[in-house]
Ligand binder design. Structure first.
Ligand code: CP3
Length: 361
């Protein structure tokens, strides 16, 4: 639904969704809303599917992944559907084996700790990720055309950012202090840039497939960029993330760049050229928006644990986020990070209703 006017400007064509319009800071009839991890383990429908299939089987089977994506979006009544997939999927075609261990999260069998290992990573097999684009095609087909309210649902493709993916490759899983990652980053001025470049190559190809499959927007998750100082972010992360954002935007879609614990990084994150920066809940939305500056949208930023609060608190916090955005074009309502397991589904639905009912005072 988009046309590239020049390198920098995307032009919205008729029929675009309010979600895509908001990504491009165009006026909308109301603030669009969706949730990070909206199709996860908190949802009984997902758990019913999960009982019979592993996480990776779901990701790699377009019939199931699309179904999970569609079910969550319809159940919640949100304005956008994020494709059911995972950050770590590109590791397989790069030649890195990993698995999801129940209760432990992802585990890479042989973590990347040397130049030789970085050299051995492959960048020529991204086409093996085509199953994600196939899932997107199915979701796009299902949601083609306007819904009851006249608006078209937005379809979000995604990938990890080079730093966050490198951290999983090097640590071998989730981490608290990123010691191995930072050791390699600080000490090996050949291996680190090579790893980041290889990731960019694969991620650009992966994002391209997703756009061709029908993704309206690409979200780039740099979930753990907040582990970096501003100086280190600028030196070891920004150049490659910027390249990734630029190359994905060139496919004709807006890009959302998201990280957690990023209050001090927001101005620098903006330098990637992303259309929208995802804010975590620790920064007040108006402060975060000031940091990213004019000319950029923001997404967020309700604390996901607010979804466990009593109704009056939940309502107040949702209103505060919307008040802070002040009705300026370019706000997409979301959480500051993903929905956690155990979250009451009815509270997630309530938030969607609150955003839809909201009137600027
Ligand atoms: O609607 C959705 O958001 C679901 C699609 C989705 C998944 N992973 C499926 C998944 C998305 C958008 C992701 C992104 C992702 N994957 C991130 C970035 C998001 C963020 O929170 O910042 C990260 C860091 C990963 C890597 C990953 N995948 C981890 C660390 C884990 C284990 C932690 C956990 O929550 O258990 C996963 C597993 C995973 N990916 C699950 C889901 C629904 C839960 C496990 C399961 O169903 O077995």
């Amino acid at each position: 639904a988009l046309a590239v006017a020049n390198e920098d400007t995307l032009v919205v064509e008729a029929g675009s969704s309010r979600f895509v319009r908001a990504c491009l800071r165009q006026p909308v009839d109301r603030t669009p809303v969706w949730f990070l991890r909206q199709a996860g383990r908190y949802m009984p429908e997902y758990m019913a599917v999960r009982k019979h299939h592993s996480l990776l089987d779901i990701c790699r089977t377009p019939e199931i992944a699309s179904e999970v994506t569609i079910t969550a979006a319809e159940r919640l009544g949100v304005d956008a559907a994020i494709i059911f997939a995972d950050l770590l999927l590109p590791f397989t075609p790069m030649g890195l084996d990993f698995e999801f261990v129940a209760g432990e999260g992802p585990q890479v069998n042989t973590p990347v700790r040397s130049l030789e290992h970085v050299q051995a990573l492959r960048t020529d097999r991204a086409d093996e990720l085509g199953y994600v684009a196939k899932s997107i095609e199915k979701v796009a087909k299902h949601f083609a055309g306007p819904r009851a309210d006249g608006d078209t649902l937005g379809i979000i493709g995604f990938c990890g950012a080079p730093f966050t993916l490198a951290s999983y490759m090097i640590e071998g899983g989730s981490s608290r202090n990123y010691i191995e990652t930072k050791k390699l980053m600080y000490s090996d001025s050949v291996a680190w840039p090579m790893l980041m470049e290889k990731l960019v190559t694969v991620l650009v190809a992966f994002a391209k497939q997703q756009v061709e499959g029908g993704a309206d927007v690409i979200q780039i998750f740099d979930s753990w960029a907040g582990a970096l100082s501003v100086t280190d972010f600028r030196e070891y992360c920004l150049p490659w993330t910027k390249e990734l954002v630029e190359r994905v935007k060139a496919f004709g879609v807006p890009v959302i760049y998201f990280g957690v614990d990023t209050a001090s990084l927001l101005g620098t994150m903006r330098e990637t050229g992303a259309d929208v920066i995802g804010l975590d809940w620790r920064v007040p939305l108006e402060v975060g928006w000031k940091s990213v500056g004019e000319g950029c949208g923001v997404q967020g930023n309700l604390d996901p644990i607010t979804l466990f609060a009593p109704q009056d608190v939940l309502e107040r916090r949702v209103r505060e986020v919307l008040d802070a955005a002040g009705g300026r074009p370019g706000h997409i309502f979301n959480l500051g990070h993903g929905i956690v397991p155990g979250t009451p589904v009815e509270n997630v639905i309530r938030v969607v209703e609150l955003v839809k009912e909201y009137k600027q005072r």
